[in-house]
Design a protein around this ligand. Structure first.
Ligand SMILES: Nc1ncnc2c1ncn2[C@@H]1O[C@H](COP(=O)(O)OP(=O)(O)OP(=O)(O)O)[C@@H](O)[C@H]1O
Ligand SMILES: CC(C)(CO)[C@@H](O)C(=O)NCCC(=O)O
Ligand SMILES: [K+]
Length: 244
């Protein structure tokens, strides 16, 4: 049994897997990390591996503390991945993006794949049908957009995510919601159109904390899978075990 943990820039997400079966998921804050992991290990006594994708600023030591109970593995650039990496700066490619790319490669064989992860950042990762990771894009997510409008202006209030009625904002707050929400929706649809025009046979996977909110609003019909990173982490680790 494997406990996968995704340390993002905002929250921590974890899931327990038995083979390919997803048993349970958890979401928590960084400060609760050790307490929550301890609880999960108590609940699922047969967990033998703790597999971590570490992007946010959490100390590795918080996980190493469990080494007397389980084998701890931090996914790293040195691991075996199922794709060829054609990124210009492979050493600086985010581990979360590598895990997403690995999951897409293994779960959707022999086709072009685009993974869109909507969290703190919106990341785009493209893996072609020959299993070559080509790159993608990094853009600010919802919260970063709302916060930057507030932080870098004198007059704009700090708002939280809310769906705009129309694209024509009739007040300051409506204008901000339209700019942030419609702006991001148009942006994602624009990227999707671009990829679809460039490749016929492409699967698009939308994941991350804001995936469900976005899926409902995109022009392109895309199925949201909020657990794709954790599922990919499980797949990546199983692939590593088989191929090492
Ligand atoms: N309970 C929640 N707490 C915080 N954010 C939430 C919650 N539910 C949904 N969200 C949305 O999820 C987004 C964060 O997504 P996610 O958890 O994937 O980000 P993250 O922790 O930074 O991970 P990553 O670094 O992989 O993007 C926030 O922008 C927010 O809109
Ligand atoms: C872009 C983020 C912050 C998304 O979580 C992460 O993947 C990261 O820190 N990436 C490093 C830069 C890169 O991927 O090229
Ligand atoms: K993200």
């Amino acid at each position: 049994m494997i406990l996968t943990v995704d340390v993002g820039n905002t929250r921590i997400k974890a899931a327990v897997f038995e083979g390919d079966t997803h048993l349970e998921s958890f979401v928590f804050d960084k400060i609760e990390l050790e307490k929550k992991i301890k609880k999960i290990l108590e609940k699922f006594e047969t967990i033998d591996y703790l597999v971590v994708s570490l992007v946010g600023d959490v100390e590795k030591q918080s996980f190493v503390a469990f080494e007397n109970q389980v084998k701890v593995h931090f996914v790293s650039h040195q691991d075996t991945f199922p794709f060829i990496n054609n990124y210009g700066t492979p050493k600086t490619l985010g581990i979360d993006r590598m895990v997403l790319a690995a999951g897409a490669t293994l779960l959707y064989p022999n086709q072009n794949r685009l993974v869109i992860d909507a969290g703190t950042c919106i990341t785009y990762d493209f893996i072609d049908e020959k299993n070559v990771y080509q790159g993608g894009a990094i853009a600010p997510g919802f919260r970063l957009r709302y916060e930057s409008l507030h932080q870098f202006t004198a007059k704009l209030p700090l708002l939280t995510l809310q769906s705009p009625e129309t694209y024509i904002g009739k007040s300051t707050s409506e204008s901000i919601h339209s700019g942030v929400v419609n702006g991001l929706v148009y942006e994602i649809d624009g990227f999707i159109d671009e990829y679809k025009a460039a490749c016929k046979n492409i699967i698009i996977i939308l994941t991350g904390g804001d995936a469900v909110f976005l899926a409902k609003r995109l022009k392109n019909t895309i199925f949201a899978n909020s657990n794709f990173l954790l599922e990919s982490l499980n797949q990546t680790f199983q692939y590593k075990i088989k191929n090492d």
